[in-house]
Design a protein around this ligand. Structure first.
Ligand SMILES: Cc1ncc(COP(=O)(O)O)c(C=O)c1O
Length: 337
């Protein structure tokens, strides 16, 4: 295996993640399924790319000056990515989150040095929603920018320039399909747009969890959600700025049960400890591989995103009481009976 040369700065550790062939999913689909190891970014998730892309873009436009501040409304991986990148570049980070989020997330963000502002949870149309609060706070804070990950297309540009190009090169230009779920949609739209620039024939598929409205939108033009999901970071109800013009050829809907099955199998059979959005993505990749085969593509190769580490979910996905309370199957090896 070729060793990578030293990277010049810690920020160069973001991106250029390894790609791994997933044995079980490949067998199941009867074709090659690859996972992009985004949990190997410094913040242990795919969102480090968006954080770096948004901050670099704000610097290039002159909006973010030395000693400035980055404000975002987020409870999860994006906040972690922003806090790390901002630390490395000498900016302050302010994260606004609803006060019903897990203790672990608040502790993590505080541990990284972010200033936390908590607000009561409320609907998006309420001006006190955490996203609107974060925008106002950015406007009121001297030298601050609002990261605005949902509608700021510097997010998806990081995937056009990075993730898509890396996938193309890592697979020597032989890739037939790509799929993942959407939170902001930056990954799906960015990788989709980037791969289509290399080869228009690559099939780009949305893998939607239950409780999100995009499956129906791409299937029949209506933004309509059905069911619910406990997956964090994914599940979108509107066409965000990042999703506008995303080249989606087909779509799948994957249940939490199916996603959890793949989280369990990838851990026990392949030694990968991942979050639920990764399991849902892998189930979507299997569905896409089967569809491409049925459509006559010879030996299809499909790639997806392994979004974040399972270590972030020890009190939820890997906790039997939590799973049982949500009526979700408990992993065999965690069962006490
Ligand atoms: C765990 C996880 N998976 C997937 C995503 C979705 O990525 P994107 O926002 O690029 O659609 C996110 C986004 O926050 C996430 O935290």
């Amino acid at each position: 295996m070729k060793l990578l040369p030293p990277r010049e700065t810690t920020l160069d550790l973001i991106g250029n993640t390894p790609l791994v062939k997933l044995e079980g999913p490949s067998r199941e689909a009867g074709c090659e399924i690859y996972g992009k190891c985004e949990f190997m970014n410094p913040g242990a998730s795919v969102k480090d790319r968006a954080a770096l892309g948004i901050i670099r873009d704000a610097e290039a436009r002159g909006e973010l000056q030395p000693g400035g501040c980055v404000v975002e409304g987020t409870a999860g991986n994006t906040g972690i990515g922003i806090a790390l990148v901002a630390n490395a570049l000498g900016y302050r980070t302010i994260i606004v989150m609803p006060d019903n989020q897990s203790r672990e997330k608040m502790d993590t963000l505080r541990a990284l040095g972010a200033e936390l502002v908590t607000v009561p949870p409320t609907k998006f149309s309420d001006c006190n929603h955490f996203v609107h609060t974060s925008r106002r706070l950015a406007e009121e804070t001297e030298g601050a920018i609002w990261a605005n990950q949902f509608d700021n297309t510097a997010n998806r540009k990081a995937h056009i320039d990075g993730t898509a190009r890396e996938l193309w090169e890592q697979l020597d230009g032989r890739i037939d399909g790509f799929t993942c779920a959407a939170g902001t949609g930056g990954t799906l739209a960015g990788v989709g747009l980037g791969l289509k620039e290399f080869d228009e024939a690559i099939t780009i598929a949305l893998t939607d969890p239950h409780g999100a409205a995009l499956y129906n939108y791409f299937a029949n033009g209506e933004l309509q959600a059905e069911g619910s999901s406990v997956a964090e970071g994914i599940g979108q109800g509107r066409i965000t700025g990042n999703l506008e013009g995303a080249p989606i050829d087909t779509q799948f809907r994957i249940s939490d049960g199916e996603g959890l099955k793949w989280v369990a199998r990838l851990l026990r059979e392949e030694g990968l400890c991942l979050g639920l959005s990764s399991g849902i993505n892998v189930a979507g990749a299997i569905a896409l591989g089967r569809k491409l085969k049925a459509d006559g593509v010879a030996e299809p190769r499909v790639a997806t995103i392994l979004c974040d580490t399972g270590f972030r979910y020890l009190s939820t996905l890997y906790n039997p009481e939590w799973l049982a309370a949500k009526d979700l199957p408990v992993f065999d090896w965690l069962r006490e009976d």
